[in-house]
Structures are given as structure tokens and as C-alpha cells.
Design a protein around this ligand. Structure first.
Ligand SMILES: *Cc1c(COP(=O)(O)O)cnc(C)c1O
Length: 416
């Protein structure tokens, strides 16, 4: 996998050209039953599953019904183990550095709360943080007396790497960053942050929930100790799937808060041994039908190639952003040196929910992101809520034209 280029801190990155041929888009759509029903621009919420994913999940669920859950798991053992290999290939790590989860939040929380915080420890984070992460920081402050500090943005709206570097000292226990926020096209400079964290000896946790599946994310190149992501968003997997990556060298610096008979072995009445690999963060029970669907989604993404997906998604979103920005009364809100597949906008005088429901009535799926999901960023910009249109590689120019037309009509309705 080609590594993600590190953006120069001062220049807006040039937009890549579309990388899918019309035939490839047609094939992607033919493999996606939902494409015949809706124009789906809610890929940052949950993308449409390809039939390969649907088939893998349904096949296993049927097997469970017909032969019993344990027996079905034994029959599918090789494929179930293969999910770890696929995840490791996607992220460029080893299979024993992967734990499979039921959501990104579960993965992130298990990683975060395993950091052995001491009073006075500093946690450095960014303006783009997701609400669930920030609630956990506040909890850690209450419970462990850690100091949570938000590193300011630079002039492009991404985390200031210079400010981060200046804030580092030996009390910084953790640098915790959101790669792509839930409310916009920003891509934070994760690899540059990784260098700073590594040099200072701090742990580095990356929330890659919105980046994995749309961008080429390489954990070695980024240099993170822990990374969490979900299945249902850009990876196109069933809901209720996700993963945690933990770098081998970081495992012994973390204390898992939940150890069951899968994460550890009860070796004597007064003793237990923790698993040597990242699966110490898992517990025994799992939804194998969903997990196999997750594996099929990982393989599907790998079969296109992540650099290719990244170019297609990034270029479609850039086009959409430009066309929305030309509509009188519409404001596009995405920031950053580098931008991804998420586009956010508002229509003057029309509530975001109203825009979304207008579009939904025309078969156009978008979503709304409100202030309480990313409070620091939204308050700083004076935004209450934004409409979020997130593209995937299966979206077409015709769908984008329909979306732009519908938004134009929405904006026109409120203008004299
Ligand atoms: C969606 C999202 C999450 C939460 O993912 P779940 O799979 O719902 O737990 C975390 N962080 C970011 C940035 C997100 O967009």
C-alpha cells in the first residue's frame, strides 16, 4: 500500500483526479443493491453494503439457524480468523495487533481507559474531537485528576503541529487525535502528530472512525500506538462492527479494564494470565455473522485498493463542494489543508433538519451534524448544525447533479 502523503503545513493540497473508470463505477453500483433505490450521501453515517458483505453475513446467520451457533463458528473458523489478516493488511500491521469490536466507540473507550493515568498527567487533544471521546476525557479528569488540554488549530483549521510540539513535556501521557471529524471534510495531519508524540514518549491514540475505508491509512506511517474504527461507515460493513489496533510495543504500557476468559486464562485459583496479543481487549462473545460481513467488507475495499478509493472519493467530494458553493445562499464549511469525502454546508434561513428532510423526500440521503457532536469546533465557528453530504466511490455525477439541484431549490424557496 502506498503511504498517505504528509501534507505540507502551509499549502492547500491539490485535488486528485477521479480514479474509477465509468465501467468500474458501474460495476461497483451493480454490486450494491442499495444504489438502485437511493442516492446515498450518508456514507459517513453508514455506507451501503455491497452484496458480497450481505451474502457473507446472511450465509452465516443461516448456518447458525441450521446447525447451531457453535457448530457454525467451527465450520467458519478459517474465515473468522481471516478477518484479522484482512484488517492487518488494510492498516499495515500484524494480525496479532488487531482486536475485533462491536463499534468504534467500544474500541476507543477500551483503549483510552486502559491508559494507566496518574494525577497530574496531561492529555493533549484537538478541536475536532468527537463528543464521546471528550466525555471520556472529562471522566478521566474527574476520576484520575488528569489535565485535558486542547491544542489549538492552525490557520487552516487542522491541529497546529507547532502548538502541539510546544506543549509536549514528560507529563504528557497521551496524545489523542481525531483523524477526520464527524462534521466535516478536514483531515488532521496524523503522521506529523505521530512524530511529535513518539519523540516525546507519549502514547498516541487515533480515532480513525471516518478515515478508514475512504483514505489509505497506514498505522506504521502514522506512528500511532492505538487506532479505533468502525465497520459501518466508509468500510461498508454491517452495523455493530469495528476494530481496535494496538501496536505490539504499546500492549504492555496499557492495563485492560475488562478481562474475561478469552482475554485472559484462569491458570490457578489465585492466578490468571493475560493473552499476549491485542485480543486481550476483546471479550468472548461475538456476532459472527456481522464479523464475517466485516471481513468481506475489508476484502472488498482491499480489492479496489485504498489509494484508488481515496482518489475517487476525494475528487468527487471536491467537485460536490465546488458546485454547492456556487449556489446563492449556501455556505460550505469544510476546512483543512487536506480534505476528504465529507462535505458540510448550511442553507441560509433553512434549518439543517429541514434541508435533510426535503432531500430525503426526493430519494437523496444526507445527514445532519449538530453542535453537541463536536462542540469545541462548532462553537468556535458559531455553528449550531450543518448538513452533511458524504460521498463514496459508487456515487455518480448524475446523483450529485440531483443533490445540487435539490439544494438549489431549497435555497431558492427562502430568497426573494
Ligand atoms: C461515528 C464516529 C465515532 C463513533 O463510531 P461508532 O461506530 O458509532 O461507535 C467515533 N468517532 C468519530 C469521529 C465518528 O465520526
Amino acid at each position: 500500500m502506498t503511504p498517505t502523503p504528509i501534507p505540507s503545513p502551509n499549502a492547500q493540497q491539490s485535488t486528485p483526479q477521479p480514479s474509477f473508470t465509468p465501467e468500474e463505477v458501474a460495476r461497483a453500483r451493480a454490486d450494491t443493491p442499495g444504489c438502485a433505490k437511493v442516492a446515498h450521501f450518508n456514507n459517513a453515517g453508514a455506507a451501503l453494503m455491497p452484496r458480497q458483505v450481505l451474502d457473507a453475513s446472511v450465509r452465516h446467520l443461516r448456518l447458525e439457524a441450521e446447525m447451531g451457533g457453535y457448530e457454525a463458528a467451527a465450520r467458519a473458523a478459517e474465515d473468522i480468523e481471516g478477518v484479522y489478516d484482512s484488517a492487518a493488511r488494510l492498516l499495515n500491521c500484524d494480525r496479532d495487533e488487531i482486536a475485533l469490536m462491536d463499534s468504534a466507540t467500544r474500541a476507543w473507550d477500551l483503549a483510552f481507559f486502559s491508559v494507566p493515568f496518574r494525577p497530574g498527567d496531561r492529555v493533549l487533544t484537538s478541536m475536532a474531537e468527537y463528543a464521546s471521546n471528550f466525555i471520556a476525557y472529562l471522566q478521566a479528569a474527574e476520576r484520575h485528576g488528569v489535565r485535558v488540554e486542547v491544542v489549538p488549530n492552525d490557520e487552516h483549521g487542522q491541529i497546529s503541529v507547532d502548538a502541539l510540539r510546544a506543549a509536549m513535556d514528560e507529563r504528557v501521557r497521551l496524545v489523542s487525535l481525531t483523524h477526520v471529524p464527524t462534521n466535516g471534510g478536514l483531515v488532521n495531519p496524523a503522521a506529523e502528530v505521530g512524530k511529535v508524540a513518539r519523540e516525546a514518549g507519549a502514547l498516541y491514540l487515533l480515532d480513525a472512525c471516518q478515515s478508514v475505508g475512504q483514505l489509505a491509512v497506514d498505522v506504521r506511517e502514522i506512528g500511532c500506538d492505538m487506532l479505533s474504527t468502525t465497520g459501518r461507515k466508509y468500510l461498508r460493513a454491517p452495523r455493530g462492527t469495528g476494530l481496535l489496533h494496538v501496536r505490539r510495543e504499546a500492549l504492555d504500557r496499557l492495563v485492560p479494564q475488562v478481562l474475561d476468559l478469552h482475554a485472559a486464562t484462569w491458570t490457578a485459583p489465585d492466578r490468571y494470565e493475560v493473552r499476549p496479543d491485542a485480543r486481550r481487549f476483546e471479550t468472548w462473545e461475538a456476532n459472527y455473522a456481522a464479523r464475517l460481513g466485516f471481513g468481506a467488507a475489508l476484502d472488498h475495499a482491499l480489492s479496489w485498493g485504498l489509494p484508488k478509493i481515496q482518489d475517487q472519493v476525494t475528487s468527487l467530494a471536491a467537485t460536490l463542494r465546488e458546485r454547492l458553493g456556487e449556489i446563492p445562499g449556501v455556505r460550505v464549511h469544510d476546512r483543512g489543508v487536506r480534505r476528504c469525502g465529507i462535505t458540510t454546508f448550511t442553507v441560509d434561513g433553512v434549518a439543517a433538519e429541514r434541508v435533510a428532510s426535503d432531500l430525503a423526500a426526493q430519494g437523496l440521503n444526507v445527514s445532519v451534524s449538530g453542535v453537541s457532536s463536536t462542540r469545541l469546533d462548532m462553537e468556535e465557528r458559531g455553528l449550531e448544525e450543518v448538513v452533511r453530504a458524504s460521498v463514496h466511490y459508487y456515487n455518480t455525477d448524475e446523483e450529485m447533479t440531483a443533490l445540487v439541484r435539490a439544494v438549489r431549490n431549497c435555497a431558492r424557496a427562502t430568497r426573494p
